[in-house]
Design a protein around this ligand. Structure first.
Ligand code: PLP
Length: 449
């Protein structure tokens, strides 16, 4: 097929509700293959992928050993379920690997196929937990504005993006949202510490408003990803943790993006000292080579849930053997190539340094990153932090310039997001910085800045 034919097929059948052509003036770019950190489109044009697919291709594209692990497993046992009083070697081995590598208090794993269904499942576990504890009133789950936890009805209810709620009558009853710890955009004159305390106090205020006896859990991404790489002040999570303990509220850390080395720590929970009752894992668990998610369950919660006997919940593909085999090989690569250590001590700090240089650019109000998860925030007025009107214009223009220049970055509102494969070297960061600078210059020109 030619590019035009692929585009026509996409337009006719793939995105029934989104017309790419109308949105972007041309049809979708057809991504045909990938190698390392580069994507190649159907016209043979090369793009530097500074977004690791969708925050997920942590070990980079084209890993033959992952393909071999999948191939071998397909021949050995392509499928079997894990609930006919049965298990299989890949699920058992991956569970041990995950329990060994996650914070010590996690003892059990439940598998799904996406971050959305994992979060959905956690809600079911939370409800079961409180019913088993004979506290059935504890039902409400607190999340945050601008959070993203997935797209199913429950995961989108956990999420705090109003445009995802409007037409679907969401959030479902029993899901409420408090403010996000977005220092640059919302702190006014407060320093990060005071702002961190204020945002954590919003949780306590909400618990007191609802009555602690009615609150089941709090969920948060250690660093909000899709919301714009919102890196909370250092004291935020310890305060949240204290409040959850004080009022007996379960804590869920959604590490779908942050997990598997993205921040230079295996899990961002380690960086912030979060001791969650549940941890949601997906994306980097297989570097996106095949769908898989995992819920880490703490020993204290697992003990109660085990009391229910059969957990009447599971998917045909829970613990899919091929997905587990891929995850095992992916984690081996991350460990053997010391990619997380490299992000922590070399490429993460180097990205910080390169991003700081962008602060000289007339459009750039703030830069922030932890490891290889970062954001460049574009503003109309750097002094007052005034945003563009309408919000989102500058980000869209910049993202489109990146694309034309052969660079993939995502824009959330007017914030440019970076989340490359963890295999990036300093040279890759230099290449990215050169292209990003060009895109910013072209954006400034378009906006007359
Ligand atoms: N949680 C977070 C923090 C995410 O960023 C995402 C997806 O981007 C999800 C959950 C949902 O995961 P999935 O798209 O695999 O359903």
């Amino acid at each position: 097929n030619s590019t035009r034919e692929w585009q026509a097929l996409d337009r006719a059948h793939v995105h029934p509700f989104t017309d790419h052509a109308a949105l972007h003036k041309v049809g979708p770019r057809v991504i045909a293959r990938a190698e390392g950190t580069y994507l190649y489109d159907s016209e043979g044009e090369k793009l530097l992928d500074a977004f690791a697919g969708l925050w997920c291709v942590n070990v980079g594209y084209g890993r033959k050993s992952i393909a071999e692990a999948a191939y071998k497993q397909i021949l050995e046992l392509p499928y079997y379920n894990t609930f006919f009083k049965t298990t299989h070697p890949p699920a058992a081995e991956l569970s041990r690997t995950l329990v060994d590598m996650t914070p010590e208090h996690f003892t059990h794993v439940f598998y799904g196929q996406s971050g959305s269904d994992a979060n959905d499942t956690i809600v079911r576990m939370v409800k079961s937990y409180w019913n088993l504890k004979k506290q059935p009133k504890k039902k409400t789950i607190i999340s945050r504005i601008n959070a993203y936890h997935g797209s199913t009805m429950v995961a989108a209810s956990l999420g705090g993006m109003s445009y995802m709620h409007e037409l679907a009558d969401l959030p479902l009853p029993g899901f409420v949202h408090i403010r996000q710890p977005y220092w640059y955009g919302e702190a006014g004159d407060l320093n990060p510490q005071d702002f961190g305390r204020l945002c954590a106090k919003a949780l306590e205020d909400k618990i007191l408003e609802l009555g602690a006896e009615n609150v089941a859990a709090f969920i948060g991404e250690p660093i909000q990803g899709a919301g714009g790489v919102i890196i909370p002040p250092q004291n935020y999570w310890p305060e949240i943790q204290k409040i959850c303990k004080k009022y007996e509220i379960l804590l869920i850390a959604d590490e779908v993006i942050c997990g598997f080395g993205r921040t230079g720590y295996w899990f961002a929970s380690e960086y912030y000292g979060i001791e969650a009752d549940f941890m949601t894992l997906a994306k980097g668990i297989t570097s996106g080579y095949i769908p898989l998610s995992a819920i880490m369950v703490s020993g204290r919660v697992a003990e109660v849930l085990t009391g229910m006997g059969d957990f009447a919940h599971g998917f045909t593909y829970s613990g899919h053997p091929v997905a587990c085999a891929v995850a095992i090989e992916n984690i081996r690569i991350l460990k053997d190539e010391k990619l997380v250590e490299r992000v922590h001590s070399e490429t993460g700090p180097y990205l910080t340094k390169k991003m700081q240089e962008f602060l000289n650019h007339p459009l750039v109000g703030e830069v922030r990153n932890l490891g290889l998860m970062g954001a460049i925030e574009l503003v109309k007025d750097k002094k007052t932090r005034q945003t563009f009107d309408p919000v989102g214009d500058a980000g869209t223009i910049c993202r489109d310039h990146c694309f034309k220049l052969g660079l993939v970055m995502r824009a959330t509102r007017d914030t440019m997001l970076i989340s490359p494969p963890l295999t990036w070297t300093k040279a890759d960061i230099d290449e990215w910085a050169g292209l990003a600078k060009q895109a910013l210059d072209l954006t400034a020109k378009d906006l007359g800045v």
